[in-house]
Ligand binder design. Structure first.
Ligand code: HEM
Length: 176
């Protein structure tokens, strides 16, 4: 009884330590964004257009239908924005680099739509490994992309042509 009372008194008297670097105490690594790009650096990998996961369309029809590079950028950025805000999948996106994703998704779409870009991101398999995404998550992503394309008035036929380029990637982006 006396021991308990003494212990609680001791605990109560202990003022919270000041100037403690709690991140260091708990082994939390500091994330440093690149000053120029605002992106979190990733492990080195070989950059090549094949990483985009699909061959580009030929000709300029698709690029034009998507509103050229400006239209594609709007769609890509809106798509990323909707995904981060979508309660069905935001748990998977939380903590990932939205700045990098806006750039890499734009490059991937622009490359596949043959609008004159190179894709410099990672391949679909390695960038989705361990995310734990399922078929239902992919369905959510596809709906969000349809919404982003719809908002830019991309006709349904062109939307579907683009989605069929992405469809074979499902085996690489779904983990379970
Ligand atoms: C065909 C469908 C998909 C395409 C075309 C696609 C495309 C991409 C691209 C281009 C990247 C960037 C790679 C890089 O950082 O180098 C990426 C990363 C990412 N994707 Fe997907 N993705 C697809 C499906 C999915 C699904 C179903 C999910 C989960 C709901 C998902 C979640 C993510 C996340 C969280 C990252 C960031 C990974 C990281 O920070 O390392 N993606 N995706």
């Amino acid at each position: 009884m006396l021991l308990t009372a003494t212990l609680s008194l001791l605990l109560m008297q202990q003022a919270p330590a000041e100037n403690v670097d709690w991140d260091a105490e708990f082994g939390v690594e500091e994330v440093e964004r690149d000053r120029a790009t605002g992106e979190i650096p990733v492990e080195p990998y070989e950059q090549k257009n094949e990483n985009a996961g699909a061959k580009p369309f030929t000709g300029t029809d698709m690029a034009e239908t998507f509103g050229g590079r400006d239209g594609i950028r709007q769609i890509a950025e809106r798509f990323v924005e909707i995904n981060f805000a979508d309660p069905r999948i935001q748990g998977i996106f939380a903590g990932h680099d939205e700045v990098r994703l806006r750039r890499t998704i734009f490059e991937q779409f622009c490359y596949i739509l043959n609008a004159g870009c190179d894709y410099t991101g990672r391949d679909m398999k390695s960038s989705h490994e361990g995310l734990g995404s399922r078929k239902a998550d992919l369905n959510a992503i596809v709906e969000n992309l349809q919404q982003a394309m719809q908002e830019q008035d991309v006709p349904f036929a062109a939307q579907n042509r683009f989605l069929s380029k992405l469809a074979p990637m499902s085996r690489d982006v779904i983990n379970r």
